[in-house]
Design a protein around this ligand. Sequence first.
Ligand code: ZN
Length: 150
Amino acid sequence: MSDLRELYQEVILDHSKHPKNYHKMPDATHIAEGFNPLCGDHFYIYLKVEDGVIKDISFEGAGCAISKASASIMTSMVKGKTIEEAEKIFNEFHLFVTDKADKDFDPNSLGKLAVFSGVSEFPVRVKCATLAWHTLINALKNKNEVASTE
Ligand code: ZN
């Protein structure tokens, strides 16, 4: 398990240092701002949605390694997915990191998001890991408000 933990740490650090889809999107159809006051994580999520499909997604902002890695992994996971599929992934991920998933839930079904398995022990970190997702959901609903983890 400690080897796995180390690997997870590496993936998180790598994504936070070299985030995917990290740029502004001038022609975004949906934009939302997310803020986690407990940690100071602050991101913008940009989306290009066509016919219920997330054609493109990017983010920008600043935050701790976990929040940035989570945003980076999220953008690479939901690109090309439908809004329903993205919401389903978020729901499963949220149950997973808050330790509420079914006993027979297989974390591998979450793909790269499994690297956040350790955060369920740290409620403050759960907010870091889910901030980008809350912001994504707000952006999809086109709510013109700041997603806050509070
Ligand atoms: Zn954070």
